[in-house]
Design a protein around this ligand. Sequence first.
Ligand code: UD1
Length: 345
Amino acid sequence: MIKQRIIVAGGAGYIGSHVCVELLSGGASLLIIDNFANSHPEAINRIKELAGAKVDLLQADLADPSQRKNIVDTVKRFQPTGGIHLAGLKAVGESVAEPARYYRINMGSALTMAEALEAAGAKMLVFSSSATVYGEENENPVAETGAASPTNPYGRTKYFIECMLKDIAEADPHWRIINLRYFNPVGAHPSGRIGENPNGVPNNLFPYIAQVAVGKREMLNIFGNDYPTKDGTGVRDYIHVCDLAKGHAAALRYLDQQENGCALDMNLGTGAGYSVLEAVAAFKRASNRDIPYAFAPRRDGDVAEIFANAELAENLLDWRAQKSLEDMCADHWRWQSQNPDGYET
Ligand code: UD1
């Protein structure tokens, strides 16, 4: 295998930073493209520190047409072997309020990334998709053959990008593409040096719990306790972000070995579902802090239960999630307690 030279769009973000550490540790060279819209430049320093390696950085906005030429030229000069696309907006509620902005930024960024890789002759791409593309009708565990019917504009941008990449691969069999459908990424690097750094009030469960545990928020609202689940609260497939990062490295290795073009959808999850109450109890044990909560009405657009069938990734990539809910909580807590204000700490 020739040395991997990978463009990582969105490499300073929560998942991107863990992916970068994993790839650098495996010997790859990276060019990170990030506009720091929802990430912090300090993440780049921490990536270098953890991997003991240098990275190239292009601070640029993939969705801005006036920056397109510079991005394409910089990508070409880097002579990549492939790319990972994680850049985009990701807040469900915001996407309902500002759909046009979500379509412009998410679709535009993905398109520019694909075009830049094409111009550089590196037709290999791993896309950061989401289990949010699945609708509510699927039976658990959900396989990749499950129906796609996302319930909000954010989810639709993920699904439409998957479709767009498949069309591109269909037209040119040199393209090798995997759409990774993440379930619920949580946790942090065990060093406590990189982790999720949400702007404002967190939307997602783990960052919210972590901020309650550290004393930044008074209590957690649990959205719904009358779902038809084991204890009435929502059930999700939480996956440690380091397992997820290893899944990206495995996806690149797989694509690198393919002689024919392909465009695959692939779940990355553990295959196990935990309820909100189970997650709260596990975080309480890991942090040794009290996590006061109250039950609140269901949140619009939430499904009762979803967890992955992760057999495709296991069969094709020889990858499987290793870390437990306890690991996820312990590592998330280490990051939160050592960096109570994220990278501003
Ligand atoms: C959410 C997004 C999904 C996105 C994913 C990224 C929605 C509807 N879905 O997934 O599109 O891809 O994040 O990680 O926002 N919960 C509470 N209290 C809270 C927060 C969450 O009880 O303050 C519950 C939710 O109702 C759910 C579970 O915790 O049952 C997980 O929620 P969350 O972390 O937001 O993830 P998803 O909703 O699964």
